[in-house]
Design a binder for this molecule. Structure first.
Ligand SMILES: N[C@@H](CCC(=O)N[C@@H](CS)C(=O)NCC(=O)O)C(=O)O
Length: 220
């Protein structure tokens, strides 16, 4: 049985990517939630990055969420859950004929996710990030970065996804990022993505997909 190790609230937008693929493919899996602050003994031998996105498939350990998605696509091609609607999940991380473009889209979506997490870490710490010397400016830069990334992503997207005809990994990551943005929002920072018309449309297009609904960690 495939095992997914995620954070203690099962709310990781990173681990969620792989879990969506497992759901799309109808592959059975078990989930173990750990506290990333107190990693299980010997965890470093499974993931030297000491992070919670980890998938174990028999003897094979795969760390880093994008690697996990890539592994599942390559190892279980052609699998499709009975309740996975059209458009079908993409078979590859990127479209072979648009590889460089799609790779840039994937990394830009990841940047949004990482920056949103940074903002939320600062907000919950009670520290005024602007006063942290010499890197307080990164707090403001993260907000600018999210806006510039979302603006660029919006230009790359269509209302029906980044690669219409398939539920692409770009769309899948974007859906995880929308939830991450909502969870990371706070009194001082609440990014409204409605102004990014194509991205907002992608959200509406995919939000009722069974794999998205089932893996939604909610706001708690
Ligand atoms: N780039 C990693 C990020 C994973 C990540 O940041 N996981 C969090 C839990 S949601 C974690 O383990 N944080 C603890 C740490 O960074 O030491 C991935 O995509 O898998």
């Amino acid at each position: 049985m495939i095992k997914v190790i995620t954070n203690k609230y099962a709310s990781s937008p990173y681990s969620r990517k792989g879990i969506i693929v497992l759901e799309e493919k109808g592959l059975p899996y078990e989930q173990e939630n750990i506290d990333p602050e107190f990693l299980p003994k010997g965890f470093e031998s499974m993931n030297p990055n000491l992070r919670a996105s980890l998938l174990i498939d028999h003897e094979q350990m795969i760390f880093e969420s994008d690697n996990i998605v890539d592994y599942l696509l390559r190892t279980y091609p052609g699998e499709r859950s009975a309740d996975a609607p059209d458009p079908p999940l993409a078979e590859t991380m990127t479209r072979p004929d648009h590889h460089i473009h799609d790779s840039m889209v994937l990394v830009t979506i990841e940047t949004v996710m990482n920056s949103a997490n940074n903002i939320s870490f600062f907000a919950t710490s009670g520290i005024d990030p602007a006063k942290i010397e010499p890197y307080g400016w990164i707090w403001e830069r993260d907000k600018l970065r999210i806006d510039s990334c979302m603006t660029w992503l919006n230009q790359q997207a269509t209302p029906e996804g980044f690669a219409p005809g398939v539920f692409s990994i770009m769309d899948l990551k974007m859906m995880c990022t929308f939830r991450c943005l909502t969870r990371c929002a706070n009194d001082d920072w609440n990014p409204e993505w409605i102004k990014y018309r194509n991205l907002d449309s992608i959200h509406a297009f995919y939000r009722d997909r069974p794999s998205i609904v089932k893996t939604d960690p909610g706001l708690g």
